[in-house]
Write a protein that binds this ligand. Structure first.
Ligand code: PMP
Length: 344
């Protein structure tokens, strides 16, 4: 950034240094202080900007990426958006294989950002040739000069958070953080941030949020992959049907599972109480905090940081649509009384 002009050279300079915002109402009655790390303030509106920039710049530094090369990734949307954004600014082609679970808004956004998008079925095994992993691997083999980001199995994903998210949270809390609560997908956010925080203070509690239908919690407890744990669920970006090597299970103290329904309601509650319009996993992480508070995890001295990975605008056709909520059976009755009252 040019100091005197207060002008940024491009949007990539705005990545990171996201604010920590105190939660005041949704945590009322809980012991301790609660702060959201609001990653929607990144220019691509999610935490994935950090890893897209870091991994692409590492590949440039190592001479792996050359101008005009193609970057390939599997993604539930956010990582794709961030890679597309970085690719546009830096002049790379971007190909994304996405799960059919991703919202239409997300897919349209990726195409708007110049990415080529392949939509792949969500509920097939990871090694099925139709899965987004296998499609990405095939494209990587077929396209000369392509780089496969492979966020679930790339240590640089974790390193990006070790270098940026961890130090930011440590400094923003002046070293007083006692708990980090983060949803785990690739596990990059929680593991990288945890590694940094534990180096500063090994007593910081690192708690991962997992979905019912995902294998992560059970794997953390038993170090065994249990396919019985796997079944479809709604939350995008949280939990997994495989064990990502980007997750450092030793850096995480425990996992808590949350439901699709409670997470959706808690996300909607964040808008109405804190004025925070954030994504489904921000609701999931806050739901996890509610459950932990009920269990007595926190005390008066607790300083709890909760990762809010992305912005609510990405979920208009899902948790922020009353129709979608009703289709899932998440509403007892539709909010019709309220609607009728204003149709006078
Ligand atoms: N929330 C959302 C919305 C995401 O897209 C992701 C990434 N898949 C996560 C949380 C989890 O972050 P991580 O992959 O770093 O574990």
């Amino acid at each position: 950034m040019k100091e005197d002009l207060q002008v940024y050279d491009n949007v990539l300079q705005l990545i990171g240094k996201t604010p920590l915002v105190q939660l005041n109402k949704i945590t009322e009655g809980f012991k301790g202080d609660f702060y959201a790390k609001v990653e929607a303030f990144n220019p691509g509106h999610s935490s994935k900007d950090r890893i897209a920039l870091y991994i692409i710049e590492e590949a440039e530094r190592k001479g792996i990426l050359k101008p005009g090369d193609t970057i390939i990734e599997t993604t539930s949307g956010n990582t794709g958006f961030s890679i597309a954004m970085v690719s546009q600014v830096k002049g790379y082609e971007c190909i994304l294989a996405v799960s059919s679970k991703a919202s239409k808004d997300k897919i349209d956004m990726l195409r708007t950002m110049g990415a080529k998008v392949y939509v792949c079925p969500a509920h097939v095994a990871a090694d099925d040739p139709r899965s987004y992993y296998e499609v990405a691997k095939r494209l990587h083999r077929e396209i000369k000069g392509s780089v496969y980001i492979n966020q679930y199995f790339n240590d640089l994903n974790t390193e990006a958070h070790y270098r940026s998210t961890g130090p930011e949270i440590w400094n923003q809390t002046e070293g007083k953080i006692t708990h980090l609560i983060a949803c785990s997908g690739t596990g990059g956010t929680i593991s990288g941030t945890a590694r940094y925080l534990k180096e500063q203070n090994p007593d910081v509690n690192i708690i991962g949020i997992d979905a019912y239908g995902s294998v992560l919690k059970k794997y953390h407890e038993t170090r065994e992959f249990d396919s019985e744990e796997i079944y479809p669920y709604r939350i995008e970006g949280l939990g997994k049907n495989l064990i990502p090597t980007a997750t450092d299970f030793d850096a995480i103290d425990r996992f808590v599972k949350v439901t699709d329904e409670e997470s959706a309601h808690t996300a909607r509650e964040l808008a109405k109480t804190e004025g925070m319009f954030v994504g489904y996993t921000s609701g999931a992480a806050t739901q996890g905090v509610k459950q932990l508070a009920e269990e007595g995890e926190f005390d008066e001295n607790s300083k709890v940081v909760i990762m809010f990975p992305d912005h609510g605008s990405r979920y208009m056709s899902k948790i922020y649509s009353d129709d979608w909520m009703e289709e899932q059976g998440f509403f007892d009755t539709k909010n019709e009384a309220e609607v009728k009252a204003i149709e006078f």
